[in-house]
Write a protein that binds this ligand. Structure first.
Ligand code: SAM
Length: 240
């Protein structure tokens, strides 16, 4: 092999190493920003709310009803606590497990409303009973219907959205309420790890349009041991 072929090859190896270093450094920088965003104070629950949450969690595990689980729920609640939203929209109520965590933080903040949407009437009824038992009914409006359509009836400004209602529904649910989102609104989507391929359209959309990041969690659920939530922030100053 002549020196004329070896030299360009060495150059291209060097270029590859340099490129890899840049990618690695920017990945580290992203991690640092995400870590810095993490809240310092864990959420607190009243005894009454905790008792209902624990019972609903047990029921969901036994039947099973796929709920978010305590690891992700704590993070969701922290975000609600920090954001202090006036209006939260949840797509996918189920038995109200995640809704109980959200409403508990509205209660802790002393203000706010959760509009939660469920397609199965019997689940919505059960959730309503759970909200009432936890003493959180005043913070929650439980709507029955297809979230893709119901979200279009909600007047904003919406400060916080939680989407957890079937992967193919994520994007239509978001686009249905997007015009009502407040600047600075937080959008959280569940199952972004285990359901990534089924919600690719949603993930492409939020990662292009918003400041968006993926947060991973180790879980102890019968149906999943590791999963992620996508946390997206509406930032009008960032432009399209
Ligand atoms: C994963 S569960 C929600 C769990 C809940 N967020 C929690 O963590 O406690 C998904 C729920 O969405 C409901 N669902 C599915 N498609 C829906 C739709 N198009 N509109 C409203 N709800 C829907 C299902 O009936 C189910 O109860």
């Amino acid at each position: 092999m002549s020196q004329y072929t070896t030299y360009p090859r060495a150059l291209s190896v060097l270029t590859l190493v340099a490129l890899a270093s840049v990618v690695f450094a920017s990945a580290l920088a992203t991690q640092a920003v995400i870590a810095a965003d993490k809240p310092k104070s864990p959420v607190k629950l009243s005894k009454k709310v905790q008792t209902v949450i624990e019972r609903v969690e047990r029921q969901c595990r036994e039947r099973p009803v796929y709920m978010i689980g305590p690891e992700k729920a704590k993070r969701l609640a922290e975000l609600v606590r920090q954001k202090k939203p006036r209006l939260v929209v949840e797509c996918g109520t189920a038995l109200g497990y995640s809704g109980l965590w959200i409403a508990s933080q509205l209660d802790a903040n002393g203000a706010g409303k959760l509009v939660t949407i469920e397609i199965e009437p019997s689940r919505s009824r059960e959730a309503k009973q759970n909200f009432a038992e936890a003493g959180l009914a005043d913070y929650v409006e439980a709507k029955v219907g297809n979230a893709r359509e119901v979200v279009r009836e909600i007047d904003g400004p919406i400060d916080f959205v939680f989407i957890d209602c079937g992967y193919s529904n994520y994007l239509p649910c978001l686009t249905g309420l997007e015009d009502e989102l407040a600047d600075g609104a937080i959008i959280v989507a569940d199952n972004v790890g285990i359901g990534a391929s089924g919600m690719k359209d949603y993930l492409d959309h939020v990662r292009k349009k918003y400041r968006s990041r993926t947060e991973w969690f180790e879980l102890d659920l019968p149906w999943a041991k590791r999963d992620a939530m996508e946390v997206s922030v509406v930032d009008s100053s960032a432009g399209d």
